[in-house]
Design a protein around this ligand. Structure first.
Ligand code: NAP
Ligand code: MN
Length: 271
């Protein structure tokens, strides 16, 4: 089996990376950064996003796993103390794979019909540095609302615990193939009206954002932001592609949510 490791780049992550690499090579695994079967991210969720985008060209054949060197992560859920156990698991077992849905974003430009297609593991966030955004929001080809405000966030189920949560969105279990649309400070008055609640769209329900006021948009896909001008439309839906996680032990999503946001199992809640 071929593997690659993506490190956060701090001293601790680099040190864990080199130990992990040596152990896996000792077990006769092949280090291959071109077409790895397994990608291990060492760092935090941000590092995992980085690893995902670096190997986005081989999602079909690659499985991901995350080791966290900071606090507990959603994607990085193995601790460095478990490294030996993880190495043995990787070396000996044909691993199970769990798939999570992704978001597809297509940005079409007014001039010349050029388009940009991207996949997000967490979300796409659309903002402007230039006043507020004004969009016609279409769902399944029908006009739904005209949005005016700071921006919109369209997230995946596994991204629902990230930016989406801070915007008041719901947490969606990643076994549901859906995307969630959350508002950033919508303007609601007698002239502008939006739904106000997060919307959850199933597979095949496309959401199309059509700018009414021509702005330059800041579009962030996961951790990467780009400026777009002359935008005709931004289309979002559940992607055909999925991300594959190598699973060596159960760590249910709701346990991760609880451990990250509520309390760890053995934590006593103060009176
Ligand atoms: P960052 O600013 O370092 O990340 C913000 C925080 O989000 C970090 O604590 C990160 O964990 C955590 N995070 C990332 N994905 C998560 C997930 N799926 N569930 C729960 N928490 C998650 O930037 P970054 O590390 O490059 O991550 C980019 C992400 O930051 C974006 O995709 C967006 O979701 C999130 N973000 C959040 C806010 C907000 O909450 N107001 C604003 C902007 C962006 P680690 O420390 O382990 O990396
Ligand atoms: Mn980070």
């Amino acid at each position: 089996m071929k593997f690659a490791i993506v490190s956060k780049g701090d001293e601790r992550s680099d040190q864990i990376t080199s130990t992990l690499k040596q152990h896996l090579i000792d077990f006769e695994l092949v280090y291959d950064t071109e077409q790895p079967d397994l990608v291990i991210s060492v760092g935090g969720d941000g590092t995992f996003l980085e690893a995902f985008h670096r190997y986005i060209h081989c999602l079909k054949s690659t499985a991901f796993i995350g080791v966290h060197t900071g606090h507990l992560g959603f994607y990085a859920d193995w601790v460095p103390e478990e490294l030996e156990k993880l190495v043995i698991e990787i070396a000996k077992t044909p691993f199970q794979v769990v798939e999570y849905p992704l978001l597809e974003v297509i940005i079409r430009s007014k001039s010349g019909g050029s388009e940009d297609r991207m996949l997000a593991l967490n979300e796409a966030a659309i903002k402007t540095a230039d006043g507020s955004v004004v969009f016609d929001v279409e769902i399944k080809g029908e006009h739904f609302e005209t949005f005016r405000g700071d921006g919109l966030c369209i997230s995946t189920p596994s991204g629902s615990t990230a930016y989406n949560k801070a915007l008041g969105g719901g947490i969606i279990h990643p076994s549901l193939e859906a995307i969630q649309l959350t508002e950033m400070a919508s303007i609601n008055n007698r002239v502008f009206r939006t739904i106000g609640s997060p919307l959850i769209l199933p597979k095949h329900h496309t959401c199309l954002l059509k700018p009414i006021v021509d702005r330059s948009f800041l579009i962030t896909v996961d951790h990467y932001t780009e400026t777009y001008t002359n935008v005709k439309s931004i289309q979002c839906r559940v992607a055909k592609e999925k991300v594959r996680f190598a699973r060596f032990r159960p760590f249910p999503f709701w346990n991760r949510v609880r451990d990250s946001f509520v309390a760890e199992d053995d934590t006593t809640i103060p009176e």
